[in-house]
Design a protein around this ligand. Structure first.
Ligand code: SAH
Length: 355
């Protein structure tokens, strides 16, 4: 490992320009290299035919271009594919490919583990292992796209995998810039959504970025008492402070803030919860995504009765709030919301890869 060549995947255009300085002072060489890596998906310097041969040789002597390595693909009966990706330090992370009737979504991780410890979430049980680098984040997308032969903008991207993206702000935004650079990977920013548990300073910072991803907030409770219990981050940033920050986001025309709301039977799924949610969120342009609790072997929670979930949604709709119930995807392979975790590497020794 120590003698491994440095990986260029994940470097910004400016970083590549600096790296090339010993060999060339022509800015277009770094632009070409960047285009090969991100727009064309080339991993082999020798094939970068518009770069001088000597430069290609120098690059290959010192650097390499590498994505995370797919160790296991698990395919759900519903078509969802969960990837276990091996990183250069030997640690692993998960990403999920979710085909739906009218769109495809890539669910991408921002951290290994998560420091937030939301009580209903399995990733939270892992604790925080480490942040992912820009290349490890963008690499998940490049890898899933290549695996399915998909061009940019034929799928949506959600930072809803493992981790709290706003706790890894700089690396997530560096990856976002690589992925949305029109001269690079070329995904339209509106196809990207970042989901946060409510890290208010990060939300304020994100709101001022241009371009920025769309914003989703995991709410899951309508009173500070309950939210303090379910999502400990609420003790640092309670609802009035969270909503003050959300109201200040300069939204594009027709843009909405998404609220994710994990429905837990008997805990936050009553009619009065729905009515409170409507009055909290209703004054803003929002859509509410109700997520029936997925089994995560934690805390003894249960999914809401289907009738309760529908009644909850109908109460929101009746108050003019867009609301839908998120379809459960990949639950048979533990790929659904809240189920991503690498709890015991020992169980991963004999995986059953598909295809
Ligand atoms: N940390 C960020 C990104 C993760 S998104 C955030 O919290 O938004 C993952 C989504 O899955 C969140 O909306 C979370 O509330 C939801 N979730 C977590 N555990 C779940 C479970 N057991 N069942 C259903 N949804 C869950």
């Amino acid at each position: 490992m120590g003698s491994m060549k440095e990986n260029l995947y994940g470097k910004s255009r400016q970083e590549l320009e600096t790296l090339l300085q010993p060999w060339t002072d022509r800015p277009f060489h770094s632009r070409q290299l960047y285009g090969w890596i991100h727009a064309k998906g080339e991993r082999n310097f020798a094939r970068m035919t518009n770069l001088p041969a000597a430069l290609r040789t120098s690059l290959a002597g010192k650097y390499r271009i590498a994505l995370p390595v797919v160790e296991v693909r698990q395919k759900s009966t519903d078509g969802t594919v969960k990837y276990l990706l091996r990183l250069e330090d030997g640690k692993a992370v998960e990403a999920v490919y979710i085909p739906e009737a009218r769109r495809i979504t890539f669910c991408i991780s921002s951290q290994i583990g998560c420091p937030l410890a939301c009580v209903f979430c399995l990733t939270g049980k892992m604790g925080m292992v480490r942040n992912l680098s820009p290349g490890e984040i963008a690499g998940q997308v490049a890898l899933l796209a290549a695996d399915h032969g998909l061009a940019a903008n034929t799928y949506n991207l959600v930072f809803m995998g493992m981790g709290e993206p706003l706790h890894n702000y700089e690396n997530v935004m560096a990856a976002f810039r690589l992925l949305t650079d029109p001269r690079g990977f070329g995904i339209a920013p509106r196809h990207v959504t970042l989901s946060t548990a409510g890290v208010v300073p990060g939300i304020r910072k994100l709101a001022a970025e241009e371009p920025r991803p769309r914003i989703a907030v995991s709410l899951s409770a309508t009173t500070d008492d309950l939210r303090d219990e379910l999502m400990p981050i609420n003790r640092a940033f309670p609802l009035p402070i969270l909503f003050a920050a959300l109201r200040e986001i300069p939204l594009a025309p027709r843009e909405r803030v998404t609220f994710e709301y994990v429905l837990l039977r008997g805990i936050n799924d009553s009619a009065s919860d729905a009515v409170r949610l409507a009055s909290l969120a209703g004054p803003m342009p929002v859509k509410v995504n109700l997520i029936p609790y997925n089994e995560a072997c934690v805390g003894g929670y249960a999914a809401p009765l289907p009738a309760a979930a529908q009644a909850f949604r109908d109460l929101l709709l009746a108050r003019g709030i867009r609301a839908s119930i998120r379809k459960r995807r990949g639950a048979d392979i533990s790929a659904a919301c809240g189920q991503l975790a690498i709890l015991d590497e020992g169980t991963l020794q004999h995986p059953i890869p598909i295809s």
